[in-house]
Design a binder for this molecule. Structure first.
Ligand SMILES: Nc1nc2c(ncn2[C@@H]2O[C@H](COP(=O)(O)OP(=O)(O)OP(=O)(O)O)[C@@H](O)[C@H]2O)c(=O)[nH]1
Ligand SMILES: [Zn+2]
Length: 271
């Protein structure tokens, strides 16, 4: 089977070697818990990497029973997970679990990603209506990662769906972002059509419509900061892999430094 999606994450201690975390994923569940305010910046990172992998992400908000202000939390997530289905569930809420279970289709493979402790294993157990992840007795497959000690486990759910747990995954490393950024920040992508430069990075360019929108309350500055951070990370990773891009970057800096040196404002500086 050709690989449908490639979910890459940085292998700790192995430089920037990409590794395929999961192949043939149909749905990617980005899991966060509502026992505290959701980390929106972390959510955006997961979503960007998910989109980039080719999987269509969904947000699963667990522990809704512990949410202090459920509506406000849902609203804040909706604002950053644009165009992404959002499900809020709790092990106390059988109806929500049932709805999520009903959304599973035969033959589907679903990967769960998210920080440790958000309730991924618990959710899988409740969807399966039995203790799969604790006992391990009903596992369909038990696959060990080839380049890592992280174990990935596939759990069959009645009706024929497979859930893929990814314990030990702390944070996705951004290896490359292109489509992923556009999908995660559609409002920035839309605004950028009006930037003066086609390849505007929305940082310091003149005529940047994105910066203008952020300065005039038409774009959440937190979103722009998050976008820039992810884009810078992706560019850094790309340069590490690509010697030509690396050389171009160094040359750009050298030119910039020379310009600075000869700029009248700096010419007479002693330092
Ligand atoms: N109140 C409440 N607690 C929950 C809920 N779901 C999970 N928990 C608790 O949250 C804790 C962590 O759950 P896990 O399922 O182990 O979390 P995990 O995401 O699988 O964590 P890792 O295996 O470390 O990646 C456990 O003590 C669960 O009982 C929920 O809906 N409500
Ligand atoms: Zn711009």
């Amino acid at each position: 089977l050709p690989r449908r999606t490639a979910l890459a994450r940085g292998a700790a201690g192995e430089g920037h070697e990409a590794q395929v975390l999961a192949a043939n994923i149909d749905r990617l569940w980005v899991v966060q818990a509502l026992d505290r305010a959701p980390n929106l910046r972390s959510l955006e990172r997961y979503l960007a990497v998910a989109w980039e992998s080719g999987a269509a992400p969904e947000v699963i908000l667990t522990k809704s029973d512990l949410a202090e202000d459920l509506e406000a939390m849902l609203g804040s997530v909706r604002d950053v997970a644009l165009g992404v289905p959002i499900h809020s569930v709790s092990i106390q809420d059988e109806e929500a679990i049932r709805q999520l279970r009903d959304s599973l289709a035969r033959g589907e493979t679903i990967a769960l990603v998210g920080p440790s402790g958000v309730g991924k294993s618990t959710l899988i157990n409740h969807l399966a209506e039995q203790d799969l992840t604790e006992t391990g007795g009903v596992r369909a497959g038990d696959r060990k990662g080839r380049h890592t000690t992280t174990t990935r486990q596939l759990y069959p759910i009645h009706g024929g769906a497979l859930l893929l747990d990814t314990p030990g995954m702390r944070e996705f490393k951004v290896l490359d972002l292109d489509q992923g950024l556009e999908h995660t920040f559609p409002e920035i992508d839309g605004l950028s059509a009006a930037c003066r430069f086609r390849d505007c990075s929305h940082t310091a360019e003149p005529g940047c419509a994105v910066v203008d929108a952020a300065e005039h309350g038409r774009l959440d500055p937190g979103r722009l900061a998050s976008y820039r951070k992810l884009r810078a990370e992706a560019e850094y990773e790309r340069r590490k892999r690509d010697p030509v891009a690396q050389a171009e970057y160094v040359a750009e800096w050298k030119t910039a430094m020379r310009t600075l040196k000869y700029h009248p404002k700096h010419r007479d500086r002693k330092s």
